[in-house]
Write a protein that binds this ligand. Structure first.
Ligand SMILES: NC(=O)c1ccc[n+]([C@@H]2O[C@H](COP(=O)([O-])OP(=O)(O)OC[C@H]3O[C@@H](n4cnc5c(N)ncnc54)[C@H](OP(=O)(O)O)[C@@H]3O)[C@@H](O)[C@H]2O)c1
Length: 239
């Protein structure tokens, strides 16, 4: 924790997708900074074991000061082969749920003139990503929504931050149905490190952050490429 970060003691945080990967590490990072927590996911046994590990995890009604919209998954493969029911569930979880939770908790934050919203996008949000076509498009939605909201919220005491990780060592690839490529193994970041970077960016009120130098350089250089070439490059790195 740096001395310039606000103390989260007495603050209450809601983290979605806290049963594994980044969500569990966001919960650990927020607890370490003194926040009490409400953790959301489907696998209750995992949440109970994390609750045992973190003194601050609790149930009960408290205003939400920190909202971490982290729950999400991807589906890997040619668009034409993906099952529609799963894809629709993915689009709902990745896009509708974060917007809905923001809609529910933002009014209270604005009334109190204090609050932090952290939405998890992806490096895939920055370019057309073949074989993750609808997932990366959903993450572009999250990125654009969050950066626009961040601007709307200026001066309100509430901030919104989009975190766009590259590949992180979690259950993501297993769930999406992809085997890690050589590039992904090379570029893979640790989940606790990404969670720490994300919480720091959120507390600073940054509109957007891509964690890791390699990822940041890749996003920056992508801006210079024609989009067709950018799609071809993403395809190359995903196979
Ligand atoms: N890992 C990466 O390489 C990477 C890169 C960029 C962005 N991201 C994004 O980071 C976020 C976290 O993913 P992760 O990498 O930590 O993957 P993960 O280990 O698979 O965790 C995903 C979490 O989402 C929860 N979840 C899935 N479906 C849910 C539902 N219907 N309702 C509530 N919770 C649900 C899962 O819990 P249950 O299964 O118990 O419900 C789990 O806790 C996602 O938004 C992902 O798109 C990940």
């Amino acid at each position: 924790m740096t001395s310039t970060d606000p103390d989260l003691a007495g603050r209450h945080a809601l983290v979605t997708g806290a049963s594994s990967g980044l969500g569990a590490d966001f919960a650990r990072e927020l607890a370490r900074r003194g926040a009490t927590l409400t953790l959301v996911a489907r696998r209750e046994d995992r949440l109970r074991s994390l609750q045992g590990e973190l003194a601050g995890a609790e149930t009960g009604h408290r205003p939400v000061d920190v909202l971490v919209n982290n729950a999400g998954f991807g589906l890997y493969g040619p668009f034409n082969t993906l099952d529609w029911a799963r894809e629709r569930a993915m689009l709902e979880l990745d896009m509708i749920v974060p917007v809905h939770l923001t809609k529910l908790f933002l009014p209270g934050m604005l009334e109190r003139r204090a609050g932090w919203i952290l939405n998890i996008a992806s490096i895939g949000a920055y370019q057309p990503s073949p074989l993750y076509a609808s997932y990366s498009a959903a993450k572009s939605f999250v990125l654009n929504f969050t950066e626009a909201l961040s601007y709307e919220l200026r001066g309100s005491g509430v901030t919104a931050t989009a975190l766009s990780p590259g590949i992180v060592a979690t259950e993501f690839l297993q769930v999406s149905g992809q085997r890690a490529t050589r590039y992904q193994r090379l570029a893979m970041m640790d989940s606790p490190a990404v969670a720490r970077i994300g919480v720091e960016a959120m507390l600073k009120g940054r509109p957007s952050l891509v964690p890791g130098r390699l990822n940041a350089a890749s996003v920056w250089s992508n801006r210079l490429l024609p989009r067709r070439l950018s799609a071809a490059l993403a395809h190359r790195l995903m196979t």
